[in-house]
Design a protein around this ligand. Structure first.
Ligand code: PMP
Length: 381
């Protein structure tokens, strides 16, 4: 039997060339071949984040480590951080900030909504070192207005960290133009590589704040003082060592980043927008109401939907039996009532139509209405 189609919000389907790159024998981490691969990958990531002036960090670990790598180097004991709370992963961000000594103020909203900009502004006006935002909250599918929030952070001379784990590489994001200080992600979502790498892109204000610290970074493995010389060495095509890099994953990521660059960021963002619109049109035609309340707060990388009346989480198993893996709910307020479909990375209309067909089978709908609506939306000019 062929592998089921993986349509969860990460890990995602991975291109064969990326898998083949990963399957090569491990390279020595200080040898010329790996130095060139890692150096090129770091250089090219600046295009993916649209941050020509950014300092990339790529470290073995998951997205949660990327959050820690981003904030542990910035906040010090007792400093205030404002968290724009759009769901499960904003709460994790707040936990990590507290663990590193920050006084956290979360600005929340009802599930499916984005907090009011005025409420975020009021929190910033009380003074804060850092504002954090989850670009796409994977538990709710809610998209935060990062550009507007970055402008607010600038107005109050506050650093901004964006959790782009479910966004970078799929959701439009222009780090330098929007003036975002730090953005973090992981390899297994819209970057379309296997899980296992934590990525951070830091710009100068964040690096200055790090250099001006009075206290050491509480986490040894996350300390930029240890990773910065290593990243800079690879970028200068020189050997360096602090912790052994996940060489095969870096080779795989480099292959995926090469494909992303060949597609081009504008084209990639447009493909994700179109794919999302097609999937959402299909879901709507099947009567599936979305968790994010309106178009402007819906992510393009995934769709989060409520089960129809009389349907429960056993639907996931029936969709699986039709060959497609989708994810259950995650945000505690809607976990039992919702499910999630990721459509990012290398996915195309074929994967979206297959997924809708499997959902129709799971729901026992015999009309093909979801597939037809998605197809019609996709074929619109
Ligand atoms: N932030 C967001 C927005 C996420 O979607 C995830 C993972 N789903 C994480 C952080 C944590 O990443 P990981 O599971 O790779 O640690």
């Amino acid at each position: 039997m062929t592998q089921p189609l993986l349509m969860i919000p990460g890990p995602v389907e991975v291109d064969g060339e990326v898998l083949a790159a990963m399957a090569r024998p491990p390279m020595g981490h200080t040898g010329a071949g790996f130095i060139e691969t890692f150096g090129k990958c770091l250089d090219d990531l600046r295009d993916v984040f649209a941050a020509p002036d950014g300092q990339p960090f790529v470290v073995a670990g998951s997205g949660t480590l990327a959050i820690e790598l981003a904030v542990a180097n910035i906040v010090e004991l007792g400093e205030r951080a404002v968290v724009v709370d759009t769901g499960y992963f904003s709460a994790r961000m707040a936990d990590i900030l507290r663990r590193h000594g920050a006084q956290v103020e979360s600005v929340g909203a009802e599930v499916g909504h984005v907090p009011e900009l005025a409420a975020v502004e009021a929190a910033l006006a009380r003074g804060a070192k850092l504002l954090t935002v989850t670009h796409v909250d994977t538990s709710t599918g809610v998209l935060a207005p990062v550009k507007e929030l970055a402008a607010l952070a600038r107005k109050y001379n506050t650093l901004i960290v964006v959790d782009g784990v479910c966004a970078v590489g799929g959701q439009e994001f222009r780090q330098a133009e929007w003036d975002v200080d730090v953005c973090l992600t992981a390899s297994q979502k819209a970057l379309a590589a296997p899980p296992g790498l934590a990525l951070v892109m830091a710009r100068s204000r964040a690096l200055e704040a790090f250099r001006a610290r009075k206290s050491p970074v509480a986490s040894y493995y996350s300390d930029w003082s240890l990773w910065l010389p290593v990243m800079q060495a690879y970028q200068a095509r020189k050997p360096a060592y602090f912790g052994t890099p996940a060489v095969n994953l870096v080779v795989a990521l480099n292959e995926s980043v090469k494909q992303i660059k060949a597609e081009g960021m504008e084209a990639r963002w447009a493909r994700h927008r179109k794919l999302s619109a097609a999937f959402k049109a299909g879901a709507e035609a099947l009567g599936l109401r979305q968790v994010p309340v309106s178009e402007d707060v819906r992510a393009v990388t995934l769709t989060t939907m409520y089960y129809p009346d009389g349907v429960d989480s056993t639907l996931i198993g029936r969709i699986g039996a039709a060959g497609v893996v989708v994810a259950g709910g995650l945000h505690p307020a809607v976990a039992a009532r919702s499910f999630r479909v990721g459509h990012m990375g290398v996915d195309g209309i074929g994967q979206v139509l297959t997924t809708l067909a499997a959902i129709e089978q799971g729901l026992g709908i015999k009309t093909g209405a979801g597939v037809a609506a998605a197809q019609a939306r996709w074929l619109q000019p």
